[in-house]
Design a binder for this molecule. Structure first.
Ligand code: 5GP
Ligand code: ZN
Length: 119
């Protein structure tokens, strides 16, 4: 069934507590944890508890959960105190855009100056 946990999915395992992660926030529909290979002083991933391979699939199936993720990114930025300096939220969607984990996730990056365009 759509959204069900996938046995071979790393982020489903983090949601289930089967793979350790540094969790910073959790809601009924989302989990936020520190990226294992941070690209900025603050680099947190906000993920849905449901499994969809990317943000587009999640938005099509459960748009309220995309909204939950975006609202959580603001809470993360506030908790990390990166709001004033500016921060970036990114959904890499598809391998051509750099997506490597195929469970939808939002990157929250901040704590340093960020170039635009990102390349
Ligand atoms: P993507 O490239 O798919 O947009 O982002 C996947 C992110 O997941 C990468 O930034 C990568 O560092 C992070 N990541 C991969 N494996 C793990 C893990 O086991 N734990 C955590 N916390 N992050 C991971
Ligand atoms: Zn998953």
């Amino acid at each position: 069934m759509a959204g069900e946990p996938q046995a071979d999915c790393l982020f489903c395992k983090i949601v289930a507590g089967e793979v350790p992660a540094t969790i910073v926030r959790e809601t009924g529909t989302t989990v936020a944890f520190r990226d294992i290979n941070p690209q900025a002083p603050t680099h947190i991933l906000v993920i849905p508890k449901v499994h969809y391979p990317d943000a587009a699939a999640l938005a099509a199936a459960e748009p309220q959960v995309i909204a939950d993720i975006l609202c959580e990114s603001r809470e993360v930025a506030a908790a990390e105190e990166v709001e004033d300096g500016g921060y970036r939220v990114v959904f890499n969607t598809g391998s051509g855009a750099g997506q490597t984990v195929f469970h939808a996730h939002l990157h929250v990056l901040g704590g340093r100056g960020l170039q635009w365009p990102p390349g």
